[in-house]
Design a binder for this molecule. Structure first.
Ligand code: FAD
Ligand code: NAG
Ligand code: NAG
Ligand code: NAG
Ligand code: NAG
Ligand code: NAG
Ligand code: NAG
Ligand code: NAG
Ligand code: NAG
Ligand code: NAG
Ligand code: NAG
Ligand code: NAG
Length: 609
């Protein structure tokens, strides 16, 4: 099967007032705040800071505009963006857990960043995840209870049209005052009622869960996604498009930051205030000045890369690259965690799967026309319409001698993403598929981000260490066996499933399933933790709980880098939560500590009104 992608819209909307295409258009080189990266977190931070009309913000984005990118708007076509001009096109280092294979690592290179190319699954993580973050940082502001205002501030839940499957979410844990659209699917593939039936037929092992976003993720349920009216909602559509009349917010496209530097010091601590950027490797280097703060929001890989390029890291690693050490911060780039993923596919007896629409140009055109006219139909939701979050009993032999690798009893060890078609590449034509994408959610392996060279246009060395420990690999094997039981042990699938497909069908013993995993696993692209937040008095990690880079002034990191470990979640919402909590003056929730921290950003540090 050849995956089709929609062609670009011919007409690109007129350039936004504040979004500049060429450096010569930039009206100033001095701003209060310079945000590096116009992605998931960067655009949220820029939006929140410019709520105060007196605060000027420049966003430097290496990529292009999200406008006119139809594959980014149409949920089911997201995979067409991967490996495209909107992708950084990274490749990992050889992965020992994957028989030394190098795998592609997608990252959005356009406004909205990875929120403009991801699969849009909306998950907040478990209460245990956030309570662990709070314990690790010694900051109650990161606890599950404390982050609730930021969930509310981010989410605009759009209730589904009524269906026979209702209720499909818990209205008590959803909100309609935020900016990012969130919904469940209104289009039902033939597999969906079978997944539901399986929860009734195998209730002990695979119970139904009404809502995985209530603090306890466990169970099988309907996937929520950052989609509204059948269309992707991204950091760009939610936090930039509606705010282009703010004259204090400027966005520079094609602007890749190459270095941050300090032009002074206070009490021996460098005060970072200068950002160097370029539009290509050979072009001139430009500089802008941040009179208050530089905010790094370039994502897990590029934020760590930029710190290292700027001499912030382990001096012994920087010296051989001839990079002068500015701040001794050995943990930059260390402790990365990510979710391994491997597909289990079956051929099915169905004339309505992804293949029906993506592999046949007549059907593709019909589905596209339906989406264009009404935003409904097969293209209107993301690939997984349902998911399952599961645990392995702690008395299982794989945990012998190891402590629970998850953050607690409300977190998962593995996940199933249910998809009504082949996922992850080209499938033979003429067949229809059902896939359970199986992910390890509590990885114990840790990876790294490091420099290939001192050239900022050289991609960083990315080692997510997929299936890098025996325990992670054993969890994957257990999860694949559970996926098999899900389908084999329920009459719900009779008459639908034809057979297991490909190498998965041949892998029956644990050893074969392990080999299948090593040969076929990749990632769900959830890498976080390259510049972790730790307690203020801790010398490990990179940032304090207020996300200021240790040993510096004027420099903060607000993106996926700071999460101490990958949560029991797809990562965009935890990152939104962190980003939305930083703002000038929040009058919503005066009693919580994050709010006080947000206020202090301006009131104490910057003495603004
Ligand atoms: C294919 C894919 C599928 C995913 N699916 C899901 C999902 O379904 N649900 C979910 O919750 N999460 C998903 N994720 C993960 C989630 O999207 C990311 O964790 C999250 O978006 C990262 O946010 P961020 O702000 O840290 O980085 P990003 O959103 O990646 O933003 C970084 C931005 O900085 C820019 N940039 C980088 N370097 C520089 C520089 N030097 N100068 C200037 N600009 C720079 C980039 O171009 C980008 O715009 C997926 C990710 C991918 C790649
Ligand atoms: C990624 O690779 C594709 C295919 O080679 C290419 O067309 C695209 O321009 C690349 N992306 C970037 C941002 O260079
Ligand atoms: C690099 O950018 C400069 C302008 O910043 C431009 O003049 C030059 O043509 C670009 N070079 C390449 C190879 O794209
Ligand atoms: C570092 O500088 C030295 C001396 O100028 C040079 O010999 C060496 O090649 C440089 N190393 C790198 C990695 O650029
Ligand atoms: C699938 O087959 C049914 C019954 O023959 C038919 O009504 C339906 O239109 C077909 N659907 C597609 C997408 O081809
Ligand atoms: C594409 O689907 C249509 C039905 O919508 C069918 O008539 C046609 O034969 C299919 N084309 C191919 C190449 O399978
Ligand atoms: C959804 O999109 C369709 C097609 O553009 C439009 O007609 C409709 O008004 C939209 N509905 C809402 C609620 O925005
Ligand atoms: C684990 O505990 C459960 C419940 O106590 C029990 O049913 C099961 O047999 C135990 N499994 C193992 C491997 O000991
Ligand atoms: C499965 O095993 C059979 C028999 O050994 C072999 O012929 C076939 O190629 C294998 N299929 C895959 C996809 O590995
Ligand atoms: C940091 O502070 C906490 C709480 O005050 C204390 O328990 C801990 O011992 C301190 N750690 C270090 C390394 O000083
Ligand atoms: C902006 O600054 C001016 C002059 O300092 C002050 O009068 C005004 O109140 C400030 N406005 C806001 C929204 O803080
Ligand atoms: C720092 C912290 O709170 N760690 C906890 C995270 O969750 C695990 C599993 O429940 C606990 O054992 C840790 O103590």
């Amino acid at each position: 099967m050849q995956l089709l992608g929609a062609t670009l819209l011919a007409v690109i909307p007129a350039a936004l007032a504040v979004v500049y295409d060429d450096v010569s258009q930039l009206p100033s080189s001095i701003y209060d705040f310079v945000v590096i990266g116009g992605g998931t977190s960067g655009l949220v931070v820029a939006n929140r800071l410019t709520e105060d009309a007196n605060v000027t913000v420049l966003v430097l984005e290496a990529g292009v505009t999200n406008h006119g990118v139809l594959d980014s708007e149409i949920p089911l076509l997201a995979p067409a963006l991967w490996g495209s001009q909107y992708d950084w096109n990274y490749t990992t280092t050889p992965q020992p857990g994957l028989d030394d294979r190098e795998i592609p690592y997608f990252r959005g290179k356009l406004l909205g960043g990875s929120s403009s190319i991801n699969l849009m699954v909306y998950t907040r993580g478990s209460d245990n995840d956030w309570d662990n973050y709070s314990a690790i940082t010694g900051d109650s502001g990161w606890s599950w209870d404390s982050i609730q205002p930021w969930i509310r501030k981010n989410e605009l839940f759009i209730p589904p049209t009524p269906s026979v499957f209702d209720p499909r979410y818990d209205p008590l844990v959803h909100h309609q005052n935020g900016l990012v659209d969130v919904s469940v699917t209104n289009y039902f593939w033939p597999s969906a009622p079978r997944v539901i039936k399986t929860t009734i037929e195998q209730p002990l092992q695979f119970p139904y869960r009404l809502d995985a976003n209530d603090g306890n993720v466990l169970g099988v349920g309907w996937a929520q996604a950052t989609i509204g009216n059948g269309t992707r909602s991204s950091a760009a559509t939610a936090y930039l498009d509606g705010f282009t009349t703010r004259s204090n917010l400027h966005v520079m496209l094609h602007a890749q930051a190459t270095k941050v530097s300090a032009s002074s010091a206070q009490d021996g601590i460098p005060v970072f205030d200068t950002v160097e950027f370029a539009t290509n490797a050979t072009g001139p280097r430009y500089t802008v000045v941040a009179t208050k703060e530089i905010i790094l929001a370039a994502g897990t890989f590029n934020t760590a890369q930029l710190l290292l390029l700027s001499g912030i890291g382990d001096p012994q690693v920087l010296a051989p690259l001839n990079i002068t050490s500015v701040v001794n911060l050995p943990d930059v780039g260390k402790g990365l965690s990510d979710h391994p993923l491997v597909p289990a596919s079956w051929t099915v007896n169905s004339n309505r799967t992804f293949e029906t629409f993506l592999g046949n140009s007549t059907n593709f055109a019909a589905a596209l026309a339906q989406w264009e006219a009404t935003r409904t139909g097969p293209f209107s939701f993301t690939l997984p319409d349902m998911y399952a979050w599961e645990r392995i009993p702690l008395n299982d032999s794989i945990f012998q001698g190891a402590s629970d690798p998850s953050s607690g009893p409300h977190s998962a060890h593995y996940e199933f993403l249910f998809a009504s078609g082949f996922v992850g590449g080209a499938a033979p034509s003429g067949l229809n598929f059902f896939t359970i994408d199986v992910g390890v959610i509590s990885p114990t392996a840790r990876g790294t981000v490091s420099l290939r060279s001192s050239d900022p246009f050289d991609p960083p060395l990315i080692n997510p260490n997929i299936l890098g420990t025996d325990l992670d690999a054993q969890i994957m094997v257990k999860a694949l066996k559970a996926a098999r039981r899900f389908v084999e042990n329920s009459p719900a699938w009779n008459g639908y499933i034809i057979a297991e497909f490909g190498a998965f069908a041949n892998a029956t013993t644990d050893a074969e399933l392990l080999q299948y995993s090593r040969e076929n696993a990749g990632t769900i692209f959830h890498a976080v933790g390259s510049c972790q937040m730790t307690a203020s008095n801790s010398s490990s990690g990179c940032v304090d709980p207020d996300l200021k880079v240790k040993g510096t002034k004027g420099l903060r990191i607000i993106d996926g880098s700071v999460l101490p470990f990958v949560p029991s979640a797809h990562t965009q919402v935890p990152i939104y939560i962190i980003a939305v909590s930083f703002h000038i003056d929040n009058v919503d929730q005066p009693s919580i500590s994050l709010q006080e921290r947000g206020s202090s950003l301006i009131k104490n540090d910057w003495n603004l009104a």
